[in-house]
Design a protein around this ligand. Structure first.
Ligand code: NIG
Ligand code: FE
Length: 405
Protein backbone atom coordinates (compact mmCIF):
# COMPACT_ATOMS: atom_id res chain seq x y z
CA UNK A 1 0.00 0.00 0.00
CA UNK A 2 1.24 3.48 -0.84
CA UNK A 3 1.47 5.35 2.49
CA UNK A 4 3.52 8.28 1.28
CA UNK A 5 2.55 11.91 1.75
CA UNK A 6 4.08 14.88 -0.02
CA UNK A 7 4.14 18.06 2.06
CA UNK A 8 4.73 20.79 -0.47
CA UNK A 9 4.99 24.57 -0.85
CA UNK A 10 7.14 25.21 2.23
CA UNK A 11 10.25 27.12 3.24
CA UNK A 12 12.25 24.52 5.10
CA UNK A 13 14.63 25.23 7.98
CA UNK A 14 16.24 21.80 8.02
CA UNK A 15 19.01 22.60 10.56
CA UNK A 16 21.06 20.23 8.41
CA UNK A 17 24.67 21.45 8.11
CA UNK A 18 24.96 19.56 4.82
CA UNK A 19 22.42 21.96 3.26
CA UNK A 20 24.30 25.16 4.06
CA UNK A 21 27.18 26.34 6.20
CA UNK A 22 25.24 28.93 8.21
CA UNK A 23 23.42 26.27 10.21
CA UNK A 24 19.78 27.02 9.37
CA UNK A 25 19.82 24.72 6.36
CA UNK A 26 17.19 26.76 4.53
CA UNK A 27 15.52 25.36 1.43
CA UNK A 28 13.21 27.71 -0.47
CA UNK A 29 10.30 26.18 -2.42
CA UNK A 30 10.89 23.06 -0.39
CA UNK A 31 8.96 19.85 0.14
CA UNK A 32 9.08 16.80 2.37
CA UNK A 33 8.07 13.29 1.50
CA UNK A 34 7.01 11.12 4.43
CA UNK A 35 6.21 7.45 4.63
CA UNK A 36 4.33 6.55 7.79
CA UNK A 37 6.22 8.03 10.75
CA UNK A 38 9.43 8.78 8.82
CA UNK A 39 10.79 11.40 6.46
CA UNK A 40 11.99 9.73 3.26
CA UNK A 41 13.03 12.75 1.21
CA UNK A 42 13.69 16.48 1.78
CA UNK A 43 14.56 19.03 -0.88
CA UNK A 44 13.47 21.61 -3.42
CA UNK A 45 10.05 20.78 -4.75
CA UNK A 46 11.22 20.91 -8.37
CA UNK A 47 14.00 18.42 -7.61
CA UNK A 48 11.76 15.70 -6.23
CA UNK A 49 12.93 12.37 -7.59
CA UNK A 50 10.66 10.73 -10.12
CA UNK A 51 8.84 7.60 -9.10
CA UNK A 52 5.52 6.47 -7.81
CA UNK A 53 3.37 9.53 -6.97
CA UNK A 54 2.53 9.97 -3.26
CA UNK A 55 -0.84 8.77 -2.03
CA UNK A 56 -1.58 12.21 -0.63
CA UNK A 57 -0.36 15.77 -1.14
CA UNK A 58 -0.66 18.55 1.43
CA UNK A 59 -0.12 22.20 0.44
CA UNK A 60 1.55 24.03 3.35
CA UNK A 61 0.77 27.42 1.84
CA UNK A 62 4.34 28.69 1.76
CA UNK A 63 4.75 28.32 5.54
CA UNK A 64 8.10 28.10 7.30
CA UNK A 65 8.66 24.50 8.41
CA UNK A 66 11.05 23.42 11.17
CA UNK A 67 11.64 20.17 13.01
CA UNK A 68 9.17 19.50 15.85
CA UNK A 69 10.28 21.08 19.11
CA UNK A 70 11.78 19.00 21.91
CA UNK A 71 11.37 20.03 25.55
CA UNK A 72 14.13 17.97 27.18
CA UNK A 73 13.75 18.88 30.88
CA UNK A 74 10.38 19.13 32.63
CA UNK A 75 8.83 18.21 35.95
CA UNK A 76 5.33 18.17 34.48
CA UNK A 77 3.56 15.81 36.89
CA UNK A 78 2.82 17.26 40.34
CA UNK A 79 0.03 18.35 42.65
CA UNK A 80 -0.73 21.90 43.75
CA UNK A 81 1.38 24.96 43.03
CA UNK A 82 3.69 27.32 44.92
CA UNK A 83 2.34 30.82 44.32
CA UNK A 84 2.51 31.53 48.07
CA UNK A 85 6.20 30.64 48.07
CA UNK A 86 6.72 33.04 45.18
CA UNK A 87 5.21 35.74 47.35
CA UNK A 88 7.49 34.77 50.24
CA UNK A 89 10.52 35.04 47.99
CA UNK A 90 9.43 38.48 46.85
CA UNK A 91 9.30 39.43 50.52
CA UNK A 92 12.96 38.54 50.80
CA UNK A 93 13.10 34.87 51.82
CA UNK A 94 15.53 32.90 49.64
CA UNK A 95 14.71 29.71 47.68
CA UNK A 96 17.31 27.85 49.75
CA UNK A 97 15.93 29.15 53.07
CA UNK A 98 12.41 28.05 52.10
CA UNK A 99 13.73 24.60 51.15
CA UNK A 100 15.69 24.24 54.40
CA UNK A 101 12.58 25.16 56.38
CA UNK A 102 10.73 22.20 54.84
CA UNK A 103 8.94 24.13 52.11
CA UNK A 104 9.98 24.20 48.47
CA UNK A 105 10.15 20.78 46.83
CA UNK A 106 8.77 19.14 49.99
CA UNK A 107 5.55 21.14 49.87
CA UNK A 108 4.96 19.93 46.31
CA UNK A 109 5.76 16.40 47.48
CA UNK A 110 2.97 16.65 50.07
CA UNK A 111 0.51 17.95 47.44
CA UNK A 112 1.56 15.28 44.94
CA UNK A 113 1.18 12.44 47.43
CA UNK A 114 -2.29 13.72 48.31
CA UNK A 115 -3.39 13.82 44.65
CA UNK A 116 -5.08 10.88 42.92
CA UNK A 117 -3.58 9.44 39.75
CA UNK A 118 -6.51 10.90 37.82
CA UNK A 119 -6.00 14.37 39.27
CA UNK A 120 -2.29 14.19 38.41
CA UNK A 121 -3.21 13.07 34.92
CA UNK A 122 -5.68 15.93 34.41
CA UNK A 123 -3.29 18.68 35.42
CA UNK A 124 -0.30 17.18 33.60
CA UNK A 125 -2.35 16.64 30.41
CA UNK A 126 -3.36 20.30 30.43
CA UNK A 127 0.26 21.36 30.80
CA UNK A 128 1.36 19.01 28.04
CA UNK A 129 -1.35 20.47 25.80
CA UNK A 130 0.04 23.97 26.38
CA UNK A 131 3.54 22.87 25.35
CA UNK A 132 2.21 20.93 22.37
CA UNK A 133 0.21 23.92 21.12
CA UNK A 134 3.55 25.63 20.49
CA UNK A 135 4.93 22.77 18.43
CA UNK A 136 6.45 20.41 21.00
CA UNK A 137 6.49 16.86 19.61
CA UNK A 138 8.88 15.25 22.13
CA UNK A 139 8.74 15.88 25.84
CA UNK A 140 10.83 14.67 28.76
CA UNK A 141 9.04 14.28 32.10
CA UNK A 142 10.81 13.67 35.41
CA UNK A 143 9.41 12.12 38.55
CA UNK A 144 10.72 13.54 41.81
CA UNK A 145 7.66 14.90 43.62
CA UNK A 146 6.51 11.52 44.93
CA UNK A 147 9.67 10.37 46.75
CA UNK A 148 8.14 7.03 47.77
CA UNK A 149 7.96 3.93 45.60
CA UNK A 150 4.19 4.24 45.20
CA UNK A 151 4.07 7.95 44.52
CA UNK A 152 7.05 7.89 42.14
CA UNK A 153 5.42 5.01 40.25
CA UNK A 154 2.17 6.94 40.04
CA UNK A 155 3.89 9.99 38.55
CA UNK A 156 5.88 7.90 36.06
CA UNK A 157 2.74 6.02 35.00
CA UNK A 158 1.00 9.33 34.34
CA UNK A 159 3.98 10.44 32.25
CA UNK A 160 3.96 7.18 30.26
CA UNK A 161 0.22 7.43 29.72
CA UNK A 162 0.58 10.98 28.39
CA UNK A 163 2.90 9.66 25.69
CA UNK A 164 0.55 6.79 24.88
CA UNK A 165 -2.58 8.93 24.78
CA UNK A 166 -1.53 12.28 23.35
CA UNK A 167 0.18 12.84 19.99
CA UNK A 168 3.54 13.57 21.61
CA UNK A 169 6.55 11.36 22.43
CA UNK A 170 7.31 11.25 26.15
CA UNK A 171 10.65 10.21 27.66
CA UNK A 172 10.50 9.48 31.38
CA UNK A 173 13.27 10.25 33.85
CA UNK A 174 13.43 8.85 37.38
CA UNK A 175 14.41 11.67 39.76
CA UNK A 176 13.96 9.89 43.09
CA UNK A 177 17.06 11.72 44.36
CA UNK A 178 15.36 15.12 44.10
CA UNK A 179 14.90 15.93 47.80
CA UNK A 180 14.89 14.09 51.11
CA UNK A 181 11.33 13.10 52.05
CA UNK A 182 10.33 13.83 55.68
CA UNK A 183 10.23 10.15 56.70
CA UNK A 184 13.98 9.92 55.92
CA UNK A 185 14.91 13.11 57.84
CA UNK A 186 18.52 12.87 59.00
CA UNK A 187 19.08 9.64 57.01
CA UNK A 188 20.00 10.71 53.47
CA UNK A 189 22.18 7.65 52.86
CA UNK A 190 19.33 5.32 53.79
CA UNK A 191 17.15 7.27 51.38
CA UNK A 192 19.68 6.77 48.59
CA UNK A 193 19.58 3.00 49.31
CA UNK A 194 15.80 3.16 48.93
CA UNK A 195 16.05 5.16 45.68
CA UNK A 196 18.39 2.50 44.24
CA UNK A 197 15.95 -0.27 45.22
CA UNK A 198 12.99 1.60 43.73
CA UNK A 199 14.93 2.16 40.54
CA UNK A 200 15.20 -1.59 40.05
CA UNK A 201 11.46 -2.05 40.56
CA UNK A 202 10.40 0.91 38.42
CA UNK A 203 12.77 -0.21 35.69
CA UNK A 204 11.24 -3.68 35.86
CA UNK A 205 7.86 -2.02 35.29
CA UNK A 206 9.24 -0.30 32.18
CA UNK A 207 8.73 3.16 33.62
CA UNK A 208 12.26 4.59 33.33
CA UNK A 209 14.13 5.88 30.26
CA UNK A 210 16.83 7.78 32.18
CA UNK A 211 17.94 8.62 35.74
CA UNK A 212 18.53 12.09 37.18
CA UNK A 213 19.51 13.53 40.59
CA UNK A 214 19.73 16.93 42.27
CA UNK A 215 23.38 17.32 43.29
CA UNK A 216 23.40 20.41 45.50
CA UNK A 217 23.84 21.73 49.06
CA UNK A 218 20.10 21.47 49.52
CA UNK A 219 19.94 18.25 47.48
CA UNK A 220 22.34 15.29 47.49
CA UNK A 221 26.13 15.14 47.76
CA UNK A 222 28.39 14.01 44.91
CA UNK A 223 29.02 10.73 46.79
CA UNK A 224 25.27 10.09 47.10
CA UNK A 225 24.72 11.08 43.48
CA UNK A 226 27.45 8.65 42.47
CA UNK A 227 25.63 5.80 44.18
CA UNK A 228 22.47 6.63 42.23
CA UNK A 229 24.49 6.64 39.00
CA UNK A 230 26.11 3.30 39.85
CA UNK A 231 22.65 1.79 40.28
CA UNK A 232 21.60 3.28 36.93
CA UNK A 233 24.66 1.75 35.30
CA UNK A 234 23.70 -1.65 36.69
CA UNK A 235 20.43 -1.37 34.73
CA UNK A 236 22.12 0.25 31.74
CA UNK A 237 20.01 3.34 32.18
CA UNK A 238 21.50 6.61 30.90
CA UNK A 239 21.97 9.41 33.41
CA UNK A 240 21.55 13.20 33.52
CA UNK A 241 22.10 15.62 36.37
CA UNK A 242 20.77 18.82 37.93
CA UNK A 243 24.29 20.15 38.31
CA UNK A 244 25.90 23.37 39.51
CA UNK A 245 22.60 25.27 39.77
CA UNK A 246 23.18 27.04 43.09
CA UNK A 247 26.82 26.11 43.80
CA UNK A 248 29.75 24.23 42.25
CA UNK A 249 29.63 20.66 43.54
CA UNK A 250 31.70 19.12 40.76
CA UNK A 251 28.48 17.44 39.68
CA UNK A 252 29.00 17.93 35.97
CA UNK A 253 32.39 16.19 36.02
CA UNK A 254 30.89 13.36 38.06
CA UNK A 255 27.99 12.99 35.63
CA UNK A 256 30.38 13.13 32.68
CA UNK A 257 32.37 10.26 34.20
CA UNK A 258 29.16 8.23 33.82
CA UNK A 259 28.79 9.44 30.20
CA UNK A 260 25.80 11.58 31.12
CA UNK A 261 23.43 12.47 28.31
CA UNK A 262 23.24 15.96 29.77
CA UNK A 263 24.10 18.23 32.67
CA UNK A 264 21.40 20.77 33.37
CA UNK A 265 21.28 24.31 34.87
CA UNK A 266 25.10 24.88 35.16
CA UNK A 267 25.15 28.49 36.42
CA UNK A 268 28.16 27.57 38.63
CA UNK A 269 29.90 25.23 36.16
CA UNK A 270 33.73 25.27 36.31
CA UNK A 271 36.30 24.97 33.52
CA UNK A 272 36.99 21.39 34.67
CA UNK A 273 33.30 20.60 34.41
CA UNK A 274 33.21 21.94 30.86
CA UNK A 275 36.26 19.90 29.85
CA UNK A 276 34.73 16.74 31.32
CA UNK A 277 31.42 17.36 29.54
CA UNK A 278 33.17 17.91 26.26
CA UNK A 279 35.16 14.70 26.61
CA UNK A 280 32.03 12.72 27.48
CA UNK A 281 29.83 14.33 24.80
CA UNK A 282 27.30 15.49 27.41
CA UNK A 283 24.85 18.21 26.35
CA UNK A 284 24.58 21.41 28.42
CA UNK A 285 20.88 21.98 29.10
CA UNK A 286 20.25 25.67 29.81
CA UNK A 287 17.18 26.63 31.79
CA UNK A 288 16.60 30.38 31.53
CA UNK A 289 13.12 30.08 33.06
CA UNK A 290 14.57 28.99 36.42
CA UNK A 291 17.30 31.64 36.20
CA UNK A 292 14.66 34.27 35.56
CA UNK A 293 12.14 33.10 38.13
CA UNK A 294 14.75 32.78 40.90
CA UNK A 295 16.13 36.18 39.86
CA UNK A 296 19.61 34.67 39.62
CA UNK A 297 22.49 36.91 38.64
CA UNK A 298 25.18 34.38 37.85
CA UNK A 299 25.08 33.31 34.22
CA UNK A 300 26.05 29.86 32.99
CA UNK A 301 29.46 30.03 31.23
CA UNK A 302 27.97 30.25 27.74
CA UNK A 303 31.04 31.53 25.91
CA UNK A 304 33.27 28.84 27.42
CA UNK A 305 30.73 26.13 26.50
CA UNK A 306 30.56 27.55 22.98
CA UNK A 307 34.36 27.65 22.66
CA UNK A 308 34.60 24.09 23.91
CA UNK A 309 32.02 22.97 21.36
CA UNK A 310 29.67 21.52 24.00
CA UNK A 311 26.19 21.31 22.43
CA UNK A 312 23.70 23.55 24.22
CA UNK A 313 20.03 22.72 24.65
CA UNK A 314 17.31 24.98 26.03
CA UNK A 315 14.31 23.77 27.99
CA UNK A 316 11.41 25.01 30.10
CA UNK A 317 12.37 23.10 33.30
CA UNK A 318 8.64 23.39 33.91
CA UNK A 319 8.05 22.91 37.65
CA UNK A 320 5.97 24.67 40.32
CA UNK A 321 8.91 26.02 42.34
CA UNK A 322 11.49 27.55 40.03
CA UNK A 323 9.99 27.68 36.54
CA UNK A 324 6.20 27.61 36.24
CA UNK A 325 6.33 28.59 32.55
CA UNK A 326 4.82 26.52 29.76
CA UNK A 327 6.28 28.19 26.68
CA UNK A 328 9.36 26.67 25.08
CA UNK A 329 9.43 29.57 22.62
CA UNK A 330 9.67 32.05 25.49
CA UNK A 331 12.64 30.02 26.77
CA UNK A 332 14.30 30.35 23.35
CA UNK A 333 13.78 34.11 23.54
CA UNK A 334 15.16 34.27 27.10
CA UNK A 335 18.12 32.08 26.12
CA UNK A 336 19.03 34.90 23.72
CA UNK A 337 18.22 37.93 25.86
CA UNK A 338 19.42 36.61 29.23
CA UNK A 339 22.10 34.08 28.24
CA UNK A 340 23.23 35.67 24.94
CA UNK A 341 22.73 32.63 22.77
CA UNK A 342 22.36 33.41 19.10
CA UNK A 343 18.90 32.74 17.63
CA UNK A 344 20.40 29.79 15.73
CA UNK A 345 21.82 28.33 18.95
CA UNK A 346 18.48 28.83 20.68
CA UNK A 347 16.59 27.07 17.89
CA UNK A 348 19.12 24.22 17.78
CA UNK A 349 18.68 24.15 21.57
CA UNK A 350 14.96 23.38 21.35
CA UNK A 351 15.35 20.87 18.50
CA UNK A 352 18.46 18.91 17.58
CA UNK A 353 20.47 19.49 20.75
CA UNK A 354 17.44 18.90 22.97
CA UNK A 355 16.93 15.57 21.22
CA UNK A 356 20.59 14.77 21.83
CA UNK A 357 20.12 15.57 25.54
CA UNK A 358 17.59 12.72 25.55
CA UNK A 359 19.88 10.37 23.63
CA UNK A 360 17.66 10.66 20.53
CA UNK A 361 19.42 10.96 17.19
CA UNK A 362 16.35 10.33 15.06
CA UNK A 363 14.75 13.77 15.36
CA UNK A 364 15.50 17.46 15.61
CA UNK A 365 16.46 18.02 11.95
CA UNK A 366 14.62 17.67 8.66
CA UNK A 367 16.66 14.90 7.09
CA UNK A 368 15.63 11.73 5.28
CA UNK A 369 15.46 8.88 7.78
CA UNK A 370 14.40 11.08 10.70
CA UNK A 371 11.03 11.01 12.41
CA UNK A 372 8.34 12.89 10.52
CA UNK A 373 7.84 15.39 13.34
CA UNK A 374 7.67 18.95 12.05
CA UNK A 375 5.89 22.25 12.50
CA UNK A 376 4.52 24.77 10.00
CA UNK A 377 4.80 28.31 11.35
CA UNK A 378 3.25 31.62 10.49
CA UNK A 379 6.77 33.05 10.10
CA UNK A 380 9.25 33.97 7.37
CA UNK A 381 12.56 33.03 8.95
CA UNK A 382 13.41 30.60 11.79
CA UNK A 383 15.23 33.34 13.74
CA UNK A 384 11.73 34.67 14.51
CA UNK A 385 11.18 31.66 16.79
CA UNK A 386 13.52 33.35 19.28
CA UNK A 387 12.27 36.86 18.53
CA UNK A 388 8.52 37.05 19.16
CA UNK A 389 7.31 36.37 22.64
CA UNK A 390 3.80 36.10 24.02
CA UNK A 391 2.61 35.07 20.58
CA UNK A 392 2.05 31.59 19.24
CA UNK A 393 2.89 31.46 15.53
CA UNK A 394 2.32 27.68 15.28
CA UNK A 395 0.06 26.85 12.32
CA UNK A 396 0.22 23.06 11.98
CA UNK A 397 1.97 20.26 13.86
CA UNK A 398 2.82 16.97 12.18
CA UNK A 399 3.70 14.14 14.55
CA UNK A 400 4.84 10.75 13.22
CA UNK A 401 3.69 11.87 9.78
CA UNK A 402 0.16 12.65 10.97
CA UNK A 403 -1.18 16.19 11.05
CA UNK A 404 -2.12 16.85 14.67
CA UNK A 405 -3.64 20.32 14.23
O1 NIG B 1 14.94 22.04 38.15
N1 NIG B 1 16.59 22.06 41.10
C1 NIG B 1 15.79 21.19 41.41
N2 NIG B 1 14.65 20.92 40.81
C2 NIG B 1 13.81 21.85 40.17
C3 NIG B 1 13.08 22.71 41.12
C4 NIG B 1 12.22 21.97 42.00
C5 NIG B 1 11.29 22.76 42.85
O2 NIG B 1 11.65 23.82 43.41
O3 NIG B 1 10.17 22.27 42.98
C6 NIG B 1 14.56 22.65 39.13
O4 NIG B 1 14.76 23.87 39.23
FE1 FE C 1 14.70 20.71 36.87
Amino acid sequence: MNTRTLWRNARLATLDPAVDADGWGLIEHGALLTDGPHIVWVGREDERPAGEPPARTVDLGGALVTPGLVDCHTHLVYGGHRAAEFEQRLNGVSYEAIARAGGGIRSTVAATRAASEEALWDSAAQRAAALMAEGVTTLEIKSGYGLSLDAEARCLRVARRLGQTLPVDVRTTFLGAHALPPEFEGRPDDYIDAVCDWMAELHRQGLIDAVDAFCENIGFSPAQTQRVFEAARRWQLPVKLHAEQLSDQGGAALAASFNALSCDHLEHLSADGIAAMRAAGSVAVLLPGAYYFLRETRLPPIEALRQAGVPMAVSTDHNPGTSPGLSLLLMASMACTLFRLTPLEAVQGITVHAAQALGLRDRGQLIAGQRADFVAWDLQHPNELAYWFGRNPCRHVIHHGVQRS
